[in-house]
Design a protein around this ligand. Structure first.
Ligand code: NAP
Length: 299
């Protein structure tokens, strides 16, 4: 049976380190890291995510502010708020919760965030730094950054000689994940909906990352024996066995099958999920250190 990679534990370690760094910053007389979370509209899932981010920020000792704007907010008004936050020295990280309402272009808003406050790592400057291997100065998107920490727990930091397959090519997960694996010296293949014979390709992977959004698509016989399997997917499916109308969360990997073949595997929930918010806190404390002219902490 595969080793279960406990994302809750690793995330708790990251948050503990963020708290310690925050306390050190205050002890040096450099103030508090500040995180501003902006949400437009009343999407219930977004509300839950934002509340959880704000709660964790407070727990870390951050100056945490939340801007909740009505669904009919104009793009101009949102850009004005971003401008104010960019100029506010008490704010080191700005996060705009996606999706945004139809009248607002998410790309325009993300590119308006100052790159040094772009703790989501979506600004072209940070995307470019990651793409060119400038990892020492980039903000890396939180979910792939967290997935990398989970891989490091099993395989160490240098992945030389290993082959990695990333299924999914989104800008938020698949592409930055592939770049991180490349920077760690993996031989990387990115698969997507047009890839031919995905099961055979997946079987070549020492590290297999699934970021697709299709419940249990990756079967046990797609997994190379001993592989490290990182399941980014979060899918809610009906669970009639729990009662009428009930649901449960599953990943993109058929866990019960894959755990019999893999060397190590992340569960859903409790694997990659908890890492995302933890890495947002890590990026924010890093931003505060850089703004204070201190060395960049590493995670
Ligand atoms: P996305 O933007 O929808 O991208 C999905 C990718 O999967 C696309 O590149 C798509 O290929 C590919 N794909 C779709 N069907 C496929 C198939 N049959 N075979 C191979 N590839 C296929 O999704 P995302 O934002 O990257 O998210 C992926 C999953 O991760 C979702 O379940 C999401 O909920 C989850 N997620 C979790 C976290 C977390 O905190 N744990 C964070 C972000 C996302 P094409 O490009 O060809 O369409």
């Amino acid at each position: 049976m595969a080793e279960v990679i406990d994302g809750k534990n690793v995330a708790a370690d990251v948050v503990a380190k963020v708290k310690a760094l925050t306390a050190d910053l205050a002890a040096k007389g450099k103030g508090q890291p500040g995180l501003a979370v902006v949400i437009v509209g009343e999407d219930p899932a977004s509300q839950v995510y934002v509340a959880s981010k704000s709660r964790t920020a407070k727990e870390c000792g951050f100056h945490s502010v939340q801007h909740t704007l009505p669904a009919q907010t104009t793009q101009a008004d949102l850009l004005k708020l971003i401008g104010t936050l960019n100029a506010d020295p008490a704010i080191h990280g700005i996060l705009v919760q996606l999706p945004l309402p139809a009248q607002i272009d998410a790309g325009t808003v993300i590119q308006a965030i100052a790159p040094e406050k772009d703790v989501d790592g979506f600004h072209f400057v940070n995307v470019g730094k990651l793409g060119t291997g400038e990892l020492d100065t980039a903000f890396v998107p939180c979910t792939p950054a967290g997935s990398m920490l989970l891989i490091e727990r099993v395989r160490g930091k240098d992945l030389s000689g290993l082959s990695a397959v990333v299924v999914g090519r989104s800008n938020i997960v698949g592409k930055p994940m592939a770049n991180l694996l490349l920077a760690a010296n993996c031989t990387v293949t990115i698969a997507h909906s047009r890839t031919r014979d995905l099961p055979a390709l997946a079987r070549t992977a020492d590290i297999l990352v699934a970021a697709v959004g299709r419940p249990e698509m990756v079967r046990g016989d797609w997994v190379k024996p001993g592989a490290t399997v990182i399941d980014v997917g979060i899918n809610r499916i009906p669970a009639p066995e729990k009662g009428e109308g009930k649901t449960r969360l599953v990943g993109d990997v058929a866990y019960a099958e894959a755990e019999k073949v893999a060397g190590a595997i992340t569960p859903v929930p409790g694997g990659v999920g908890p890492m995302t918010i933890a890495m947002l806190m890590a990026n924010t404390v890093v931003s505060a250190y850089l703004a204070a002219g201190l060395d960049r902490p590493s995670f």
